[in-house]
Design a protein around this ligand. Structure first.
Ligand code: GRF
Length: 214
């Protein structure tokens, strides 16, 4: 149990460099949350060092050690639950989760995805956005549901696509904006302003008509 007014315990799941994790670490001081643990499915994920540097407990649950997705997800859930989090944040976590796992954390698991959802669900979002010739691209934070990158969107950040952009340059510009977006949304959730009810996002007691723009 978390005492009233104490920061919300958050667990962050990563697979890679963890720059979004770093943004959360840097943002946690001003917010209403505390990163209780970081779990990676890849032993080499750069984010593990960022967590250790910040004195945050880390765990590796390597998907290669498990015979199937269900067994991996059960081990992952055990590791998550050991931190007793109020919120699970997928920050560059590159595994598809089973419905059982997703349902276990319904309404308390969010993901950051590098596109303006519902556009460009899945991988390679930046090159697909460029190939589609869109004038705006960005990132979204959404509640996780069983539909991959399909859960209700809480907030988005937008960037203009510029002449001369390639996927790398566009990705870097979007990523910088992700670093403001994710701590903002986690802070809102932690202070009780954001909730998922009946499959919809609510903020300050009002149902969102469209994603918040950050
Ligand atoms: C970010 O672009 C995030 O939106 C996506 O994976 C990337 C993770 O980057 N899901 P990092 O590991 O946080 O640096």
């Amino acid at each position: 149990m978390t005492a009233p007014n104490s920061p919300l315990p958050v667990v962050v799941l990563i697979s890679g460099s963890g720059s979004n994790l770093q943004a959360l670490i840097d943002g946690a001081g001003d917010q209403h949350f505390r990163i209780q643990g970081v779990i990676s499915n890849r032993p080499q994920a750069g984010g593990l060092a960022r967590a250790a540097e910040a004195g945050i407990a880390t765990r590796v649950i390597d998907h290669k050690d498990y015979p199937d997705r269900a067994a991996f997800d059960m081990a992952l859930a055990e590791a998550v639950d050991a931190f007793d989090p109020g919120l699970v944040v997928l920050a560059g976590f590159m595994r598809i989760l089973t419905t059982a796992f997703v349902n276990r954390y319904a309404g308390r698991m969010i993901n950051i995805h590098p596109s303006l959802l519902p556009d460009f669900q899945g991988l390679d979002t930046h090159s697909r956005a460029l190939a589609a010739g869109v004038s705006e691209h960005g990132a979204s934070v959404h509640f996780v549901t069983a539909e991959l990158d399909g859960g209700p969107v809480i907030a988005q950040t937008r960037v203009a696509v510029e002449a001369g952009d390639d996927a790398k340059r566009l990705a870097a510009r979007v990523l910088r904006r992700e670093h403001a977006l994710l701590p903002q949304v986690v802070g809102w959730f932690a202070s009780g302003r954001i909730a998922l009810r009946d499959g919809q996002v609510w903020m300050d007691g009002n149902r969102l008509q469209a994603p918040l723009q950050c």
